[in-house]
Design a protein around this ligand. Structure first.
Ligand code: SF4
Length: 210
């Protein structure tokens, strides 16, 4: 149970539930292969059954850390900072992104878009989920649309979401990891017949890095 001080700090974006933070390579999407510092925030209410970070879901399981401390540590490592989760847009990210940008960093987010956008972003990677769809116009603001493919219906959902993004938004189809053997050949076929899409693999899992 969080005390009133921590709840107020969370609400105002002065502190955030920090699950982990680490320096690694971006494994997915347009920036794959780039060195980046990851800030993984706790808390997610989307509930994908195939989620590979279920330990992120309970926000109260993670320490509430002042955003000054999160930003200062991140800026020691990189000027490319990726905020992920969990679902990071459960929180007010205005102050954290302001601090990171003041420090000269690019701010990237990985989000399902299930909560309204906060923060100031150089790159928005949007990965919509059927069970809690994007809200508040984030589809039009996305720089890349990353659709996770678990079964054949997901191609239809991918097209539904792609019809709502800006013309400049990059389109990626990414296999759900446990279904890779079945889904990768389908993605390859789909991209060849729908070349506006690109295939995205979770490179960090092949490299066995975080
Ligand atoms: S939105 Fe992301 S963190 Fe949340 S359940 Fe789905 S895959 Fe997991």
């Amino acid at each position: 149970m969080l005390d009133e001080y921590k709840l107020t700090a969370l609400h105002q974006g002065e502190a955030l539930p920090l699950m982990e933070a680490f320096y690694s390579l971006q494994g997915e999407g347009y920036y794959k292969g780039s060195a980046a510092y990851f800030i993984r925030l706790g808390g997610c209410d989307v509930g994908c059954h195939w989620c590979d970070v279920k330990e992120s879901w309970a926000a109260e399981a993670h320490p509430i850390v002042p955003v000054e401390d999160i930003a200062a540590e991140a800026l020691k490592h990189s000027r490319l900072i990726i905020i992920t989760g969990g679902e990071p847009l459960m929180w007010n990210l205005d102050k954290l992104t302001a601090l990171l940008r003041e420090g000269g960093a690019r701010t990237h987010i990985e989000t399902s878009g299930a909560h309204p956008l906060s923060g100031t972003w150089d790159w928005i990677c949007l990965s919509p989920k059927k069970i809690k769809r994007p809200v508040g116009g984030v589809l039009q603001q996305a720089n890349e649309l990353k659709m996770v493919i678990y079964n054949n219906n997901d191609f239809l959902f991918a097209e539904e979401m792609a019809a709502q993004v800006s013309p400049d938004c990059l389109l990626y189809l990414q296999p759900e990891w446990s279904k890779s053997a079945i889904v990768i050949p389908k993605i390859v076929d789909y991209v060849m017949t729908h070349p506006q899409w690109r295939a995205s693999l979770q490179m960090h899992k092949y490299l066995d890095i975080r």
